[in-house]
Design a protein around this ligand. Structure first.
Ligand code: URA
Ligand code: SF4
Length: 242
């Protein structure tokens, strides 16, 4: 190839890439989210099957929830009774993100309805919110076996749902309940210590990482610290406790 041919070839490749990016932007990327908000999952050793017929437009919480109900993108779908998408107010100023459904959540199809959920509801009430006034969801939508913490590949496979729901709800603040939520919202590195109470950001939304209510059931002596974190959230939102 002469110099000119090489330049032509490069130009053609550049145009192709440009067209592909433009098309991606036109269809809105995964689930109709802006491409910038979709983080590419790391290459997995086992291929992850795509969500069957993902709906691109219009994107709503209902569409995302029904996609999640049929989703087989990770192995967790095999053990579920049903997927667990969310509960609470879709226009909430405050969202809570937990880890994943447990037994009761899997049975009822709603997040945080077991003992940890009861405690979460008490915490929410103590913050001065009425029943159903906040938005509640999890990192993964299907129950992990034996309630184990989801592995990175599962959290990544489920991430478009979490990103989608948080982008639609657009809360003013997010509380990450437990290390799994804190890690998957990008607030701390796996295994890092001292993550609790360090306010960070997810897509420009302030996030307060705090201990999970299931942990507080086992170690109630940490409730005081969690209450401190929630008070900081209330202050930032301009609220006074009930
Ligand atoms: N623990 C969680 O992290 N999420 C739930 O929905 C229930 C318990
Ligand atoms: Fe799909 Fe999420 Fe359920 Fe995995 S956990 S099957 S990614 S909805």
């Amino acid at each position: 190839m002469g110099q000119e041919e090489i330049e032509d070839e490069l130009l053609a490749i550049t145009k192709e890439i440009g067209a592909a990016i433009a098309w991606e932007q036109e269809i809105g990327g995964t689930f109709g989210l802006s491409p910038s908000s979709v983080q590419l999952a790391p290459i997995e050793t086992e291929p992850v099957a795509p969500v069957p017929a993902p709906s691109v437009e219009p994107v709503s919480l209902e569409v995302l929830a029904s996609d999640a109900a049929r989703c087989t993108a990770c192995g967790l779908h095999q053990g579920r009774t049903q997927s667990v998408f969310h509960r609470g107010n879709p226009n909430a100023e405050l969202a809570f993100v937990g880890e994943g459904p447990g037994y009761h959540e899997d049975q009822q199809g709603l997040p945080f309805v077991g003992r940890a959920g009861e405690l979460l509801d008490k915490m929410v009430k103590a913050m001065g919110y009425g029943k159903g006034e906040v938005y509640i969801c999890n990192v993964v939508k299907c129950r992990p076996p034996e309630n184990r913490t989801p592995v990175l590949a599962e959290a990544k496979a489920c991430e478009p749902f979490l990103v989608g729901q948080l982008e639609i709800v657009k809360p003013k603040m997010i509380v990450a309940l437990g290390r799994c939520a804190a890690e998957n919202l990008g607030l701390t590195e796996p295994g890092a210590r001292g993550w609790r109470g360090k306010m960070g950001e997810w897509n420009k939304i302030p996030v307060m990482p705090t201990y999970h209510p299931a942990f507080l059931l086992r170690s109630p002596q940490f409730k005081r610290q969690v209450w401190g974190d929630l008070q900081a959230v209330m202050k930032a939102l301009g609220r006074t406790p009930a």
